[in-house]
Design a protein around this ligand. Sequence first.
Ligand code: PNS
Length: 171
Amino acid sequence: MKLQAVYPGTFDPVTNGHVDLIRRSAALFDRVIVAILENTDKTPLFTIEERVEMLEGALKGLKNVAVTTFAGLLVGFAEQVGAAVIVRGIRAVSDYEYELQMALMNRRLSSRVETVFMMPAEAYSYLSSRLVKEISLLGGSVRGLVPPLVERRLRKKYSLAPIKRAPPVSP
Ligand code: PNS
């Protein structure tokens, strides 16, 4: 039996923490469907099309990973695509309460879908899309925190000039 997992989220924008978790999931499951929620209460910075494009760009080469969008209940989507697992990332204890609530509610909604919590690499344990946007808005560098394509898109969104490399310091 092929084991499929859904990795859902807002991905506004995708960070290297998300990519790390998707790579780990892709090594565990036969197929991973990265599913971007279409209509959230949040007002996203990037359109759904832009988020799909950035995720596809960041995940190029991962053969058992697909990117798509969904609307409505997550468990309904998981059942529809034949996924028995929902993957969610837990960075710190602070994530746990909200994630536990969601996982238990999803279990109540569907007994056919199980939530699996995974941890990203330590280096990404303090990383979030929200912080990445805030740093970019204020002109800071997010290099190494998001895929290069996302870094460029953020700079464009906030109409910032490309980062100039500092001239070498002469001894
Ligand atoms: O990246 P996020 O914003 O933490 O992702 C949240 C997401 C998309 C996983 C969650 O909002 C969700 O599953 N929404 C779909 C609607 C739904 O199923 N709601 C009931 C959850 S118990």
